[in-house]
Design a binder for this molecule. Structure first.
Ligand code: TEU
Length: 572
């Protein structure tokens, strides 16, 4: 690992991330610069002025490291090399410098719960006599079974993207653990050598000028006792759920913080934590514990499903969604800090899922959803394309899906006798591919994403829905996001004001206040496609000033479909 001297670094004042807005880029689908149909780093650099115009403070890059791309880069074979698909280290250095020049910081995706099965560490570990054997989880076949034979897996736990969490390796006649897929073997964080290797890699990137880390499934790194004591996963729970929030999680995160100097250098840190509760987040984001700044919870994006099975669809009445976000606001009001998101590369598009993406309501529902999210307390995350209201794509047959998770679900569900029509209905609602269609920059061929043939079809609605059209129209979704970001930068009450949900049971209206001293803001949002009367029980509106609204002529007593108003209430 070469030492680095003149890399571009920027000042990071204390707790700067509490007033920041983060923009997530999925490099594969953002902007292609060399016509190979796949987005890349020079493509991102070419769009920095657009991001500066939007006003965001941070770019989070989904993985660009060398990878066999089994899970689109979340399977890393070399942590300090850029995959040629995306460019070179020099391209990344240039992106970091160019972003910093525009006052935009850059966050890397840290994927260290697992590596790729092509990573040198794993290749070495496959040799039972190697010093790295214990860097991963190896187990013999189930007692009394023929190693490698169907059903001989050490236990019956399923992986997130494969039938079993255990993969047979003929080289040693044993099985290794991969809670996501065979291409993503889990690292054994009990081994101090693993941890120190990860910390050294993180320091290398910090030296290179990055401003922080988004940490992939970081609450899976401390495995439960049965696994760390040589046994297998207790039956009955999906492997992901069983290995979440392990006994040494806080110890490892505090050690990482110390060893890498995360707080010492005011680096931004956000931990993706499927299965994390408010209690886990209170501990992990408590500044006194020096672990992480914030976490990504999955609770609000798992509400429209039955139990832990994302494909088992359920309706989502507005009061349930409101209540969940309010619980997290309340839970982290005193200590800790929230992240705020609807969208990312694993979730369907917010306006299609939580809003109404019909031509009649798409713009206002995208704006109103954004107002509601960005006026909650925490750090907002914008996913590429959300800022101009990109929608789910018309994926109507299995051939339209490319994502390993979708294809695995289709195979398992079909084998279990689920009808193709039912499978496609679940995928159309929850598939990750919706988030991964190329960004729609303009109405030119392939929406300006590439001069080649895109790796994934562009959403055919790009002629109407694209960044260029939205940028040009001040009343657009893009213009609305610009105003929300400006508000957060200008208004302390938006950043630090206490949150209070009002009318929690209202089926159409999402209403809450933010208060800081004598300053108070009120959000009234109609999150339905039908008009809503303003009910009693709202704070006195006399003297209230409209700060940001979706409908210029907001009638006093009622809200139009997907109308929202941000009001500054009279002095308290
Ligand atoms: O996602 C973790 C995760 O829990 C989701 O993948 C989840 O299984 C589902 O897709 C969303 O409901 C992270 C990354 O964000 C994801 O892209 C990777 O596939 C996964 O980890 C493995 O690295």
């Amino acid at each position: 690992m070469s030492s680095t001297t003149d890399f571009d670094r920027v000042a990071r004042p204390d707790r700067w991330w509490r007033s920041a807005v983060v923009y997530q880029i999925y490099p594969r689908s953002f902007q292609d610069s060399d016509g190979d149909g796949v987005g890349d780093l020079p493509g991102i650099t070419s769009r920095l002025d657009y991001l500066a115009e939007l006003g965001v403070d941070v770019i989070w890059l989904s993985p660009v490291y060398r990878s066999p791309q089994v899970d689109n880069g979340y399977d890393i074979s070399d942590y300090t090399e850029i995959d040629p698909l995306f460019g070179t280290l020099a391209d990344l250095d240039e992106l970091i410098a160019a972003a910093h020049t525009r006052g935009i910081k850059l966050v890397m995706d840290l994927v260290v719960n697992h590596t790729s099965d092509q990573h040198a560490w794993f290749t070495e570990s496959r040799d039972p006599s190697s010093a790295k054997r214990d860097w991963y989880f190896w187990r013999p076949a189930r007692p009394g079974s023929e190693p490698g034979a169907p059903g001989a897996e050490p236990d019956d736990s399923q992986a997130a993207f494969a039938p079993s969490a255990w993969t047979y390796d003929p080289r040693s006649g044993q099985y290794y653990l991969g809670v996501f897929s065979p291409g993503q073997p889990d690292l054994n964080w009990e081994n101090p050598g693993v941890r120190q290797a990860v910390y050294a890699m993180m320091r290398w990137w910090v030296e290179r000028g990055v401003d922080g880390f988004r940490m992939d499934v970081i609450n899976l790194i401390s495995k439960p006792a049965e696994l760390t004591s040589g046994r297998t996963i207790e039956p009955g729970q999906g492997s992901l759920r069983r290995v979440a929030n392990g006994p040494r999680l806080d110890e490892f995160l505090a050690e990482m913080n110390r060893e890498v100097g995360l707080d010492a250098q005011n680096l931004i840190t956000v931990g993706e934590m499927p299965g994390a509760t408010i209690e886990v987040a209170q501990r992990v984001t408590d500044p006194a514990r020096r672990e992480l700044n914030m976490v990504f919870t999955f609770e609000h994006v798992n509400l429209d499903q039955v139990g832990w099975n994302k494909w088992d669809l359920a309706d989502l009445p507005l009061p349930r969604l409101k209540a969940n976000l309010a619980q997290w606001q309340e839970g982290l009001a005193e200590t800790g800090w929230n992240s705020l998101y609807y969208d990312n590369h694993d979730q369907p598009r917010a306006v299609s899922r939580f809003g109404d993406d019909s031509p009649e309501h798409r713009v206002n529902s995208a704006k109103t959803l954004a107002t509601v999210l960005h006026l909650h307390k925490g750090t907002p995350y914008i996913y590429q394309g959300e800022e101009f209201g990109m929608t789910n794509a018309p994926l109507t047959q299995i051939g339209h899906y490319l994502d390993v998770e979708a294809l695995n679900y289709h195979a398992l569900a079909a084998a279990a006798g689920v009808s193709e029509e039912q499978i496609l209905r679940s995928l159309a609602r929850k598939g990750r591919d919706h988030a991964r269609t190329p960004v729609q920059w303009d109405d030119t061929p392939y929406a300006g994403f590439t001069t080649g043939v895109p790796w994934m079809a562009v959403n055919p609605n790009y002629r109407e829905i694209n960044a260029e059209a939205s940028r040009r129209d001040p009343g657009s979704v893009f213009g609305h996001f610009q105003q929300l970001i400006r508000l957060r930068h200008a208004e302390e009450v938006v950043r630090e004001g206490r949150f209070e949900l009002l009318l929690p049971e209202h089926e159409q209206l999402w209403v809450f206040t933010r208060t800081l001293g004598d300053r108070a803001l009120l959000v009234i949002a109609n999150c339905s496609s039908t008009p809503a009367e303003l009910p009693p029980g709202l704070p006195a509106l006399d003297g209230a000033v409209l700060v940001l609204g979706t409908h210029p002529d907001g009638a006093t007593g009622r809200l139009a479909p997907w109308e929202s108003r941000l009001l500054r209430l009279g002095e308290r």
